[in-house]
Design a protein around this ligand. Sequence first.
Ligand SMILES: [Zn+2]
Length: 220
Amino acid sequence: MPETHTSLLIVDDEPSVRASMSQVLSAIGYQVRSAEDGFSALAEIRKEVPDILLSDLVMAGMSGHELLSVVRRRFPTVQVIAMSGAFSGDEVPSGVAADAFYQKGSSVGSLLKLLAGLPRAKRRVPRRPAAAVTPIWIQRGGSASDGETWVTIACPECLRTFPQPTGSSINLLRQADCIYCHSLISYGIVPPAKRPPVSALQRARGEEKLQVASQPQFYY
Ligand SMILES: [Zn+2]
């Protein structure tokens, strides 16, 4: 029997698979949640990081391959089991960031054996992901024909990129909702930097004993 507080997140686009696996695994003592694709799985993980992630590989939207690589990078303490009917055997398919592989359709007993064989999850305090995220910095983008300016944001959670209008706000730090995984992203737009005038550069080269500020000059 697993420890009753071992939490597990099942990700599968097939409602019947989610339902039957949830039923079996909660009956034997796991705390089970489920999600229908990679994006909603990331949303669940942000609410609370599970001990174990059990994810299908082939899903619409964000596939299991993408989800697992994001989870390995962002939430390295999560034990990951990949599952699929497209691969056979018990080896993790190459390139898949998982600790174990479950061939879909094989017996529940073999899944339970996989779960029991995972290294014991370390208790983590706190179990919620850090709320304060370092802002990402973005170069100013182009302008559309109507004069609206845009930046392209690369979501640090799901690694997708999407355009974001900059609006008229002059705040250096802003926030955006990722259009894919709905995580809140703090970002800043890098102020345009101009090189110092040539004469200043020449002066700096000519008089090396002068301490030249190494900070780039920003002009707003
Ligand atoms: Zn995202």
